[in-house]
Design a protein around this ligand. Structure first.
Ligand SMILES: [Cu+2]
Length: 114
């Protein structure tokens, strides 16, 4: 029992201290086409986990929906350009339903933080 406690503590300390810890990271691969926008459109993550979202656009977005952001989690709008990978990384600290939007706030999806 003592050994088990020690290993759990070690794992906990490692997770807290290492920025590259595998545990506690949630990765998502997302597509983008003009016809269907982003797919998938709905994500569920745990509060305190590092979230890594990669978008691989196969079209270049234009007009109102040409940029993507997640107000409250990722506030820098990123252009969606064919062949240009977009990476958004953040660690949500508060539970809630965070909208995925264009730069002006039109909703295109949601990230549920539990
Ligand atoms: Cu817009």
């Amino acid at each position: 029992m003592t050994m088990k406690r020690i290993s759990l503590l070690t794992i906990a300390l490692f997770t807290l201290s290492s920025p590259f810890a595998i545990a506690g990271t949630e990765s998502f691969s997302v597509g983008y086409t003009k016809a269907h926008d982003i797919e998938p459109k709905s994500f569920t993550v745990k509060k305190g986990d590092k979230v890594h979202i990669e978008i691989n656009p196969t079209d270049t977005a234009t007009g109102c929906m040409s940029e993507i952001m997640v107000p409250g989690l990722w506030d820098r709008p990123q252009p969606l350009v064919k062949g240009k990978k977009v990476v958004m990384e953040f660690t949500p600290q508060k539970p809630g339903a965070y909208k995925i939007t264009c730069a002006m706030g039109v909703v295109r999806g949601v990230i549920n933080v539990k």
